[in-house]
Structures are given as C-alpha cells and as structure tokens.
Write a protein that binds this ligand. Sequence first.
Ligand code: SF4
Length: 341
Amino acid sequence: MADKGEYGLNSILINSFGYYLKQRFPQRVHKVTVDAGFTCPNRDGSKGRGGCSYCNNKSFNPNRRREIPSIGQQIEAGKIVVKKRTGATRVLAYFQAYSNTYAPLSDLEDRYAQALACPDVVGLSISTRPDCIDAGVVELLGSYRDQGYEIWLELGLQSVHDVTLKRIRRGHDFATYAQAVRLIRARGLPVCTHLILGLPGENRNMMMQTLDRVTDTGTDGLKFHPLHIVRQTLLAHEWKRKPFPLLVQHEYVGLVCDMLERIPPRYVIHRLTGTASQDMLLAPSWCTKKWSVLNAIHAEMQRRSAHQGCAHGGERTTRTWQLPETDPVSCTLGKSIPMPG
Ligand code: SF4
C-alpha cells in the first residue's frame, strides 16, 4: 500500500488540485481555511430552516461567532501549520464554512480584501451555494482574477436529481446550479463542484448521471465525498428511525474509480473522499479513515491500469498524483466540516 509520501511518485495519473497548483505556481501552495463569520440561507429562514439534512448542527452554534479570530490571524496561524506540515510558503485562503457569498457585496468585498491583503496569499477559494451567486459577486471575484490572483468558486450541488435535492433539503434545484455555473464561467472564473456519492434513494446509474450532467454543464473541478451520517443532523434522525443503505468502502472506491476513468483529464480533481471525526460519525465507520480510502482508490486504479479519462481512450496527460487531495488547514473549527455546503 502506498503511504502519503509515495503519492509523489508517478504511480497513478489523475489531474489533482495539488498537481494543478504545482503547474500554476513556482512555490508550493496550500489551502488555509478561513471562517469569515458568514451564515447560510438554508438555515436562517431566507431559503429554509434546519439546513441540508446531512449538515451538522453543531457547526451552527450561535456562540461560535465570538470565538472567531480575525481573518488575518486565521491565515497567519494557518501559514505556520502549513509550512511545518507541507513546506508550502504560499497559501490560498479557503472560505469554507457556511455560504461564503451570502452577505451584502460590501461585506464580501471587505472579507475577501482582508484575506488578499495578507502576505503570501495567492488567491481565494470560495465555497458557497448555487443560489447565492449573482452578477455582483462574480464581477468582484473576476476583478481579483484580473489582478492575477488564483480564484475558485466551489459550489455545493451533491446530485443533479431534483428528487434527491428535495429529499436532502438542499433548498435549490439543478437548474439553479446550471445557471450559476454559466454566470461564473462567463466571467472566466473556474468552478469546482461538490458531489456526494451514496445519497439516499440514489443508485449507481443516478450517480453516473450526476457526473455526466455536471461535466456537460461545464464545471472545471470536482470534489467527491461519501455520504456519512454525523450526529446532530436531520439525516441522523432519519437514518435512526428508518435505516437506509450506506455505501461500504469497496463500493465507494469502485464508484470513484469508475468516475475517474470517465472524467476527461482537463477536469481538476480537488478531493476524492471526505471524513468525519470518530466522536461525530455515526456511520459508516470507514469514513474516519481517509488514507485507507485513498490507498484503496490508488490500489484499484493500479489494478485496472487506469488513469483519469481512460474510458474515453485519452492519453495520460498528468504525471503525478501529488497530494490527491489538498486538505485545508483549519485554525478556527479544529475539524473539517464533514460535508460540503
Ligand atoms: S450544508 Fe451548506 S448549504 Fe446546507 S445547510 Fe449546511 S452550510 Fe447551509
């Protein structure tokens, strides 16, 4: 089995975000998570209450605001950790918590500018909901890109199937996502789309349809997460009341490999799995072990002699699997948010 170090070898060929950053910057770049104090329209009542069914309520502790250090402090603290852990001397400020375009434009500009003003910040990665995208924020972020900053918008979608989106209480449909992608890409900004595999009521065909429709719609990057049930979520109540099947590790690994084979090499793979801490996770238990899952994906791709996009008969266009996922360093929340917004 490969360990973390071995992923730097030419052992498996995907266009990872780590590889993308290596091509883009002469110095090593890593993400640092920023909590800018935003909230979410699917919780505050403007789109819905209670949030997406898989979203952890603990993240929405109303007292948390008092504990957040300034954006500059978060980035400085993150830089120290990142440098020690990875040697990276440049960072992307990753606005991860909640919906990071959900505020008046002047507030957004203020928070983004605070991050960009920090030394060694080469850009922003902004995680948000498709229904929180409008021309104003796209233009603002586009203006940073015009100045040479690396800017990504990360959109939580999870599934293209409206029946599923309704079931997991996303509060938006696929058409809203497609419209947001068009708006963002028309300004020349790249989009990374978050998908969850194993959502209730979904079979393999539906998940493959999600992949195909998302790539057809024009995303630039993808993040994959297995569905896992964490405490203090609506999904946890639903699952305890009436358990539904969850993917076992080898099913998830097989699905991810099938998808990687199908994804043309130009799409950047930002993440291949997601984890939750043991104290928060109800099921499945394998979702606490990130490296076990990544190693299994690695082994399965090797067993198949596969590479990203090989189902299309494409040539290998990438040379390394350097950091199959660029884990952000979080200095405020301690643990990564289990699943994406
Ligand atoms: S997952 Fe994201 S969009 Fe859904 S309720 Fe949580 S923060 Fe809001």
